[in-house]
Design a protein around this ligand. Structure first.
Ligand code: PLP
Length: 419
């Protein structure tokens, strides 16, 4: 008989979102919806799943991708690292001359060999672990997107840390007291550090100064930052960096993962990318870029050609305008939710440069607040404790929803008012 991967036994309970879905099902079974009473319908502001249709120009790109596959001239098969045109376009749109140059290079622009098309950021976050192997130290912002921690545990990340979260993982608290930016003095040496900005779940977007501190600390301590920029297109404050690669020195210490999911509504289409700079080296001087090329060539056969055709359309001038429009729509939802919560006297952050609002319920257990909101308002949220120990007493509200649902949810939140 073959033994189970022992790391599977280290994983706690269910992954957060299936657990929320389970609790929602349980509640719905006990309190069935009555079609004659719309107020009994459950509204979800829980999972960060997009809800709005793909906009026309980007949609036409997807359709065109499918159509071409049905023609002799347009047919294409495997595209391991991704369509060269899409990689060029990503380099031009997101990683142009505004990126920090390396060493003597005068231009900051990335070459297409440094840009790898993926089937989404989450998939690459999992695969990236293969670069490092079991026993690697992993540090996360606390709270954080659960995949960093669960993925690290599965990959056998190990360190001497114990506490409220997973043993072996270093949690760096991001709280109101530190402005949701971790104390980098506590960043361990020679570790992988997962850093997400704009952040899921807190909604905090790191300033240039904070990212300079991050890069400085990572280089000093021999760390590699896995920078997750999945929400970069939600940034509206022009002073905030949209990529870690705007920061000098980042090419020697960072990998960036990104995605079309949240800006273009591709959560179900599946398309993302990862940037692995050629300057990035292991302790022994070997190239991570060369290894990532080898790994993706071995266990990944590329993203769907149809999705990549949609991605190309998304990065045209019209497509980028549609991305802006879609993100504005969700940011409009976020503003409604934030205002509704603030009217109730609930302290919250986020929602201005991100689609998440992080609301504080001091002294309360976040699963208990989740249950109260579900019972009183029939609104599904995400309990902060599911994102890490520092998420206790917080609730994450997601701005992904149809506008009438968000407006209705905001009206129902009034029921939380303590009279
Ligand atoms: N990174 C963060 C921070 C996310 O919140 C999510 C999805 O919610 C992802 C990555 C997943 O992105 P993708 O759909 O590209 O796998």
């Amino acid at each position: 008989m073959i033994h189970r991967n022992p790391n599977l036994a280290r994983l706690k309970a269910g992954y957060l979102f299936p657990e929320i879905a389970r609790r929602r099902r349980e509640f719905a079974a006990a309190h069935p919806e009555d079609p004659a009473r719309p107020e009994t319908r459950i509204i979800s502001l829980g999972v960060g799943n997009t809800t709005e249709p793909v906009l026309p120009h980007i949609g036409a790109g997807l359709t065109e991708g499918a159509r071409k596959l049905g023609t002799v001239e347009g047919y294409s098969g495997y595209q391991d690292e991704g369509l060269a045109k899409l990689r060029e376009q990503i380099a031009a749109v997101f990683y142009g001359a505004h990126c920090a140059a390396s060493g003597a290079a005068s231009s900051g622009a990335f070459s297409i060999e440094e840009i790898f098309i993926s089937d989404g950021a989450k998939c690459d976050i999992g695969r990236l672990q293969l670069l490092f192997g079991a026993g690697t130290k992993a540090a996360v912002q606390d709270p954080s997107y659960p995949v960093y921690v669960d993925g690290s545990v599965l990959a056998g990340a190990a360190g001497d840390w114990t506490g409220a979260g997973y043993e072996g993982i270093c949690y760096l608290p991001c709280t109101a007291e530190n402005g949701y930016f971790p104390d980098l003095e506590k960043l361990p040496e020679n570790a992988l550090f997962y850093f997400c900005s704009p952040n899921n779940p807190t909604g905090a977007a790191a300033s240039r100064e904070q990212l300079i501190q991050l890069v400085t600390a990572a280089r000093k301590k021999g760390c590699i930052v896995i920078f997750d920029a999945a929400y970069a297109e939600y940034i509206r404050d022009p002073s905030l960096p949209k990529t870690i690669f705007e920061i000098p020195g980042s090419r020697e210490c960072a990998i960036e993962v990104n995605s079309f999911s949240k800006p273009a509504g591709f959560t179900g289409v599946r398309l993302g990318w990862t940037v692995v700079p050629k300057e990035l080296k292991y302790a022994g001087g070997e190239s991570l870029n060369a290894d990532w090329t080898r790994i993706t060539g071995t266990i990944f056969n590329g993203a769907s050609n149809i999705a990549q055709s949609g991605g190309l359309a998304a990065l045209s001038e019209t497509g980028l305008a549609e991305i802006h429009q879609l993100c504005d729509f969700y940011l409009g939802n976020a503003a409604l939710i934030r205002t509704a919560l603030q009217k109730l006297g609930i302290t919250c952050v986020g929602g201005d440069n991100s689609p998440y609002i992080w609301a504080c319920f001091p002294g309360r257990d976040s699963w208990e607040v989740f249950a109260e909101i579900l019972e009183k308002c029939r609104v599904v949220t995400t309990p902060g404790a599911g994102f890490g120990p520092a998420g206790q007493s917080f609730i994450r509200f997601s701005a992904f929803g149809h506008r009438p649902d968000v407006e209705e949810a905001c009206r129902r939140l009034e029921k939380l008012r303590i009279s």
